[in-house]
Design a protein around this ligand. Sequence first.
Ligand SMILES: C[S@@+](CC[C@H](N)C(=O)[O-])C[C@H]1O[C@@H](n2cnc3c(N)ncnc32)[C@H](O)[C@@H]1O
Length: 211
Amino acid sequence: MSSELKSHWNNAYKKDDSQLGWFEDYPKQTMKLVAQTKLPKDAKILNVGAGTTTLIEALLDAGYTNLIANDLSENALEKLQFRIKKSHNYDLNGVVDDLTNPEILNQLESIDLWIDRAVLHFFLTENEQDTYFNLITKLVSKNGFVLIAVFETNGAKKCCGLDLQRYNVTMLETKLGPDFELISTFNYSFINPFGGERPYIYTLFKRQICN
Ligand SMILES: C[S@@+](CC[C@H](N)C(=O)[O-])C[C@H]1O[C@@H](n2cnc3c(N)ncnc32)[C@H](O)[C@@H]1O
């Protein structure tokens, strides 16, 4: 991932959160799948490419206590950590790192739930995608879960000015491999703050075997 992309994302987060094309007031679809995991409240949850997501408030409000947020953009993570400290007096563990060239993330261990909304589709090369899925295999524990919400194959071709690789459920199953069983999936058309329709596919997988 180039330093231009890092600047691109840092610049994106100079806007108010409500002006971001992917902003959602409450991440209802993600929380629906989180509830299906039936994980204990102290489960270790890693939200990759978190940006300034409202998911962190939603998870804290639902009682989850062990949260890690990653992003390439330090601007995004600083904004998120500041907001969460103010609203929930919670010291959010933030990891600034590149999912396509991880140097810190790969040292984390035993993640019970990996959550990605609207990040994977930015990785266009096979090498970037392989690095992302290898990281999942390295970090997600036995019986752990992977929740991926990504632009589906009929979805928009660009987001935030960047080209996208769109997915269907079979593509995600193939990338994750046989260790991960599909538990739940649905399509959801997100209407962005500017009225644009952005069709997503939501998926929840469970890891079947030991790391
Ligand atoms: C469309 S936004 C989605 C943000 C958040 N997941 C949400 O749903 O509100 C994509 C996010 O992915 C982050 N991102 C892009 N490439 C990344 C990479 N290589 N490693 C980590 N984060 C990345 C961006 O900085 C941005 O915050």
